[in-house]
Design a protein around this ligand. Sequence first.
Ligand SMILES: [Zn+2]
Length: 211
Amino acid sequence: MFDKKFLIITAHPDDLEMGCGGLVAKINKNGGSVTNLILVKPSVEHNVNRDEQIVRNELEKSKSVLNFETAIYDTPLYDNGRPNLTLTNNLISYAESCINEHEILISHWREDHHQDHRVCYDVARSISRKHFKQFWCMDEPPYNLHYKNFDCNHYVDITDCVDQKRQALESYSTYFNNFSIDTIIDYNKYRGSFLGENKVAETFHLMYNKI
Ligand SMILES: [Zn+2]
């Protein structure tokens, strides 16, 4: 399983780290590979502490911790410079061009309250069935607080990969603070308790399995 080629479609740099940073570290340890298809290119944010270059630098730092490749969509922008991510044929075609030899697809969950995350789900859903052996949706804290129909049916033990996940999250030092990182890791510990004492887990909804 963890020696396979994973394609992870997220909206922003930092989503992969929140939802499945431990999994990505585990895939690395087991000889697999990960490409993160990021659909919202780093752009000027509302946050006064961040700009495009800062986000790109933080992404590079995280990549050096978790060792994954990236493909970044040239997202159209609104007049005010904010990204305009909508489901178009161009976007689907771009995502299809990134499929290559990837076997397992991961993305956000359809009930996410962030509109860009929901577009990622739609893109992943559109390209999933023809090309991939499995399609997983992330149980992504803190966005999962709003999920209503998420069936948490797939657990990944990341007990040995928590340090790398925390380090990858810390790469985004203008976005996460200790509280937000602890919130994510504490949720992973709660989910890990379903596996056993002192276990840590990331969880997913397995949409289908053709392996
Ligand atoms: Zn996001």
